[in-house]
Design a protein around this ligand. Structure first.
Ligand SMILES: O=C(O)c1ccccc1NCC(=O)[C@H](O)[C@H](O)COP(=O)(O)O
Length: 260
């Protein structure tokens, strides 16, 4: 079984357990009555220059433990102070060592929008994201049916949340567009062999119309990568490991922007 299927299976188990503690009708009621979102995540990416979504990630399936010390609140504040447009917070616990509490605390202490980076397999997880203070959720095309993506996009719209719809190839980009995605992320990481190639973004860019926001995800490590992605008209880049490993995150972000 590939890693995405394993992550999705485990997410289904997590949701089953969560539903025993808080039933679906109750979480839906709570999310519906929680202050309405205002699509802050996608709005933050609408700017003349490329936007930066900076990720808080302790570990990953491809790299194992990335940040043994993980002062997530400090990292998030550093990102905000350094001019990040949005923050992505991993909440997947088994492979990424994420926690819902990381998101809740970060979203409560920064004023830029946060993405719940997790493997959404049930609408329950969208309600959880809202209650945790997220402004956006991740919908990965390869683990969801077209019907589910359509339904989850409607739920996000009702709640005022943005949905980053992630695609890996041409067919998945077409699926995302046909479902009405307004924000598409192309993942440069091949999840079969974990190789990373930002050319994937270049190849798929032309399929995405100008009225849809385009985010290039994974493998962005230096200013040269960002320059190339700016050149193809990426609206945003999502950067994890390069920032997580940088002792000075502010300088690293400036380097990515080519400000130093
Ligand atoms: O990173 C992985 O190993 C991974 C494996 C399976 C599914 C998703 C995975 N990564 C999630 C991401 O999308 C990245 O955390 C994100 O794009 C940032 O990537 P990077 O800048 O390369 O850390």
């Amino acid at each position: 079984m590939n890693i995405l299927d394993q992550l999705a299976d485990y997410a289904r188990l997590r949701v089953r357990n969560a539903k025993e503690l808080l039933p679906p009708d109750q979480i839906k009621y709570l999310a519906d009555t929680f202050p309405q979102g205002n699509f802050a995540f996608e709005n933050a990416l609408k700017k003349p220059d490329i936007a930066f979504i900076c990720e808080c990630k302790k570990a990953s399936p491809s790299k194992g433990l990335i940040a043994p010390e993980f002062p997530y609140l400090q990292i998030a504040k550093e990102y905000e102070d350094a001019g990040a447009d949005c923050i992505s917070v991993l909440t997947e616990p088994k492979w990424f060592l994420g926690k819902d509490d990381y998101l809740k605390e970060i979203a409560g202490s920064v004023s830029i929008p946060c993405l719940r980076k997790d493997f959404t397999v049930d609408e329950y997880m969208i309600y959880e994201a809202k209650l945790l203070g997220a402004s956006a959720v991740l919908l990965i095309v390869s683990i969801l049916s077209r019907e589910k993506i359509g339904r989850y996009l409607q739920i996000c719209d009702r709640l005022g949340l943005s949905a980053l719809v992630e695609a890996h190839d041409e067919q998945e980009v077409k699926t995302a567009l046909s479902c009405g995605a307004r924000l598409i992320g192309v993942n440069n990481r091949n999840l079969r062999d974990f190789s990373v190639d930002t050319e994937n973004s270049r190849r798929l860019r032309e399929l995405i119309p100008p009225n849809v926001l385009f985010v290039s995800e994974s493998g962005v490590k230096d200013g040269e990568d960002v320059r190339r992605l700016r050149e193809i008209g990426a609206d945003a880049v999502l950067v994890g490991e390069a920032l997580m490993r940088a002792p000075d995150k502010s300088s690293k972000l400036a380097e990515l922007r080519r400000e130093v």
